[in-house]
Design a protein around this ligand. Structure first.
Ligand code: AKG
Length: 263
C-alpha cells in the first residue's frame, strides 16, 4: 500500500506551498472555487464532455450515477486540478500527511420519486477516521438540484456519541427524524454554488447527504476527488483494487507520483 515511508512523504511534502485553504478541524469542511485556486474553467468543460460520453456505470443507485475517471493523460485539466499544489497542501495540512488521491469520479444526480435512500440519507463514510473529498460543481447547484448537505465535524461527533453510531452495516444511514432530533437547522450546512464552486469536506467526520432533487430540477453534475492518508483502513485492506486515474507515471513529478500511488 505504502511503498515509501512516512519520512520520505513528509520530506517531499515540504516542497508544497503554504496551504491557503484551511479546513478547520472542528468544522471539517470549507468552500472554495477554481478562481481561488487560480485555475481556469477548462476542467469543468472536460468533465461535462466526459459525462456526455458515459455509457455505463457501476453505480447501483437510481438517483446517482457514479463513474470512475480513468486513464487520464498528464495534459488533462481534471488531473491537473487533482494535483494542484495549493489543493494538495490543504489536504496535507488537514490529514497531516501527503495524501493519496484514491479516486476521481463524475457524479450525476437526477430526479427520482419516492423516499430518500442510500447516500440521500445522512451518513459518514468509513474508509478511514478522516479523509478529504473535494466536490467540483460542473453545473449550477441550487437547493433544487440536490446539493451536498453536511453537519460540522464537532457537532457530528456529538451526534455519533448520542446515537451510538457505528460505521458501516445496519444503522450506517440515519433517518432524518433521528438526525433532526439531535440538530438545530443551523447545524446543517448547504453547499450550493455555480460551476467552478469547490467544497473540501471530511466525509468520515461529518454527517452528510446529497442528491435529493426536486422533480423538475436539471441534472446535477459534480466531479469528486477523494484523498486519503496512505495508511487509511480502506487502502490497507483493499488498496490493490484502486488504480491511479492516470495512464502512466512519466513525466509526473515525484510528489505527483506519490500522491497518485505510483511510488
Ligand atoms: O453528493 C451526494 O449526492 C452524496 C455524496 C456522498 O454521500 C459521498 O460522496 O459520500
Amino acid at each position: 500500500v505504502q511503498k515509501r515511508g512516512i519520512a520520505t512523504r513528509t520530506k517531499v511534502s515540504k516542497t508544497l506551498p503554504a496551504s491557503e485553504i484551511r479546513i478547520p478541524r472542528k468544522v471539517g469542511f470549507v468552500s472554495s472555487s477554481l478562481s481561488q485556486l487560480g485555475t481556469g474553467t477548462a476542467v469543468v468543460e472536460e468533465a461535462l464532455d466526459l459525462s456526455r460520453r458515459i455509457t455505463s456505470s457501476l453505480s447501483q443507485k437510481p438517483y446517482l450515477t457514479d463513474t470512475a475517471v480513468r486513464d487520464l493523460d498528464e495534459s488533462s485539466s481534471i488531473l491537473q486540478l487533482a494535483l494542484t499544489p495549493v489543493l494538495i497542501a490543504s489536504v496535507t495540512e488537514y490529514l497531516e500527511v501527503l495524501p493519496r488521491l484514491t479516486s476521481i469520479s463524475i457524479l450525476e444526480s437526477t430526479p427520482q420519486s419516492g423516499r430518500p435512500s442510500g447516500s440521500q440519507l445522512f451518513h459518514c463514510d468509513y474508509e478511514d477516521v478522516r479523509q478529504v473529498k473535494v466536490f467540483l460543481h460542473c453545473t449550477n447547484v441550487t437547493a433544487a438540484n440536490g446539493p451536498l448537505y453536511a453537519v460540522p465535524a464537532e457537532r457530528s461527533g456529538l451526534v455519533k456519541r448520542k446515537l451510538g453510531y457505528r460505521y458501516g452495516g445496519h444503522g450506517f444511514r440515519v433517518a432524518d427524524d433521528a438526525m433532526k432530533s439531535q440538530l438545530n437547522d443551523k447545524d446543517i450546512v448547504e453547499f450550493v454554488g455555480p460551476p467552478g464552486a469547490l467544497t473540501f469536506i471530511d466525509t468520515c467526520s461529518c454527517f452528510h447527504y446529497g442528491s435529493r432533487m426536486a422533480q423538475d430540477a436539471n441534472t446535477r453534475i459534480v466531479v469528486q476527488f477523494q484523498y486519503m492518508s496512505p495508511s487509511a483502513f480502506d487502502l490497507v485492506i483493499a488498496g490493490h483494487l484502486r488504480r491511479p486515474p492516470v495512464a502512466k507515471e512519466k513525466p509526473l513529478s515525484r510528489l505527483d507520483q506519490m500522491v497518485l500511488g505510483f511510488t
